[in-house]
Design a binder for this molecule. Structure first.
Ligand SMILES: [Zn+2]
Length: 147
């Protein structure tokens, strides 16, 4: 992953958010340098593109790179934070995984959808879709650069 281009994209989309990229994680921070969300620094698609196509009814999801989707989703968390209760979200996540008795989300579509359907996840994804629909050229360009 090109760190400079990735950071540039995030700054263009949302100047209040900064990211740090390590070998195994992408961490997103707000302006107080408090970590808001993180994602594995992994190009493997853990079902997110499928979820976008099938559950969010967004068939053109594959036109954009997974990196762009991931970054927009994380920035979406920053922009929808007020709508969701963090403690409630943590509890929901634990309940989902307890009920499923799995942590192998990468290969379990039911687990993926339960997780991505959690309120905070859903709203972050909807934010990402709306941003992308309004900035198709920018997102296509960076998708090409970061693919
Ligand atoms: Zn998320």
């Amino acid at each position: 992953m090109n760190q400079l281009l990735t950071k540039l994209f995030v700054k263009i989309v949302c100047p209040q958010v900064s990211i740090r990229i390590s070998d195994d994680e992408i961490n997103c921070y707000d302006s107080d340098l408090e970590r808001i969300y993180f994602n594995p620094n992994d190009t493997e698609d853990c079902g997110f593109l499928r979820h976008l196509r099938e559950v969010h009814n967004y068939p053109q999801a594959d036109r954009y790179s997974l990196t762009i989707w991931t970054l927009l989703h994380e920035i979406g968390h920053y922009n929808t934070l007020d709508d969701c209760d963090d403690d409630e979200e943590d509890l929901d996540v634990r309940l989902v995984f307890a009920a499923l008795d799995t942590t192998d989300v990468a290969h379990d579509e039911r687990a993926q959808d339960l997780y991505f359907n959690l309120q905070a996840e859903w709203e972050a994804t909807e934010w990402a879709i709306a941003y992308l629909d309004n900035h198709k050229l920018l997102c296509s360009f960076f998708s090409f650069l970061l693919r």
